[in-house]
Design a protein around this ligand. Sequence first.
Ligand code: MRU
Length: 333
Amino acid sequence: MTAIKPVEWLGDRLMIIDQTRLPQHEIYLELADVHQVAEAIRSLKVRGAPAIGVAAAYGIALGAQQIETQDLEDFRKEYKLVSDEIAATRPTARNLFMAVEQMDTAVGRASDVISAREYLVAEAEKIHDAEIDSTLRIAQNGATLIKDGDTILTHCNTGPLATTGSGTALGVIIEAFHQGKKIEVLATETRPLCQGARLTAWELKREHVPFRLITDSMAGHFMKQARVDMVVVGADRIAKNGDTANKIGTYSIAVLAHENGVPFYIAAPSTTFDERIDKGDEIVIEERSPDEVTHLYGKRTAPEGIEVFNPAFDVTPARYITGFITEKGISKP
Ligand code: MRU
């Protein structure tokens, strides 16, 4: 089976798999400028915190290649517009801002426009390689927590699609399965955009990992029946005290896990940890279009003219988190 490349740099453009079309259609898009990359991030064609960071870095490198000046000062002014456009796409994933900051530092080192462009491509490739490397280690570290016979519940999509590497939470699960452990997965649908039903189910099926798809509201029922041994999910931003922002619904699952004595793990690379944020309340939560709630798979399911809330993420307090699985190992909040 060929490995999926959710994000691939082609030298003068960026290729992504359009995650909004999966699982029905496996369509690759070639993004020709920074505006197309920004739109792809905003519309979740490329999504998942680490994959957003990688696409953001390449988007900036692409935008910088297309700045038409040989004057470094002018180049820096234009570069700022490119980097600001990418930074404004989605507010919650720390990886996006980490990538923007690394790219800004790289451009700051350049002494002329040619080296600035080269440094930016090299930095984006470095960010990409680092995510591939960290997610591989996360998968290996996390798999040690999974025992033969375990049933693991996961939320949203955190596999190769979301990371450009092995995956975070889903990487842990897939690695345990490849090690020969007999496991079963409960994958939540993940309303409103159904990343679980569309993407996690697609990735688990490709890997032949035994799983059942459940709706988000079934999680408590299965935990109460003692049919879940462990929960592992990803993260979009982790504050200094361990409070963790992840896909909306994660907090409810964490509380249910606590209530039912089920260990609850977060799997995330260091690029998701935000040293500058003390606690979860400071994390900016993205509010998305009401259409995502009033519609399901593009079809209206709610009456016209109603008010909607649509936060894309919630924050799980550190006290509900059993441990963090990172590329460095497993740690307590
Ligand atoms: O809105 P999305 O689909 O980008 O949200 C993704 C998640 O919340 C993931 O759980 C998170 O980014 C971790 S991905 C390894």
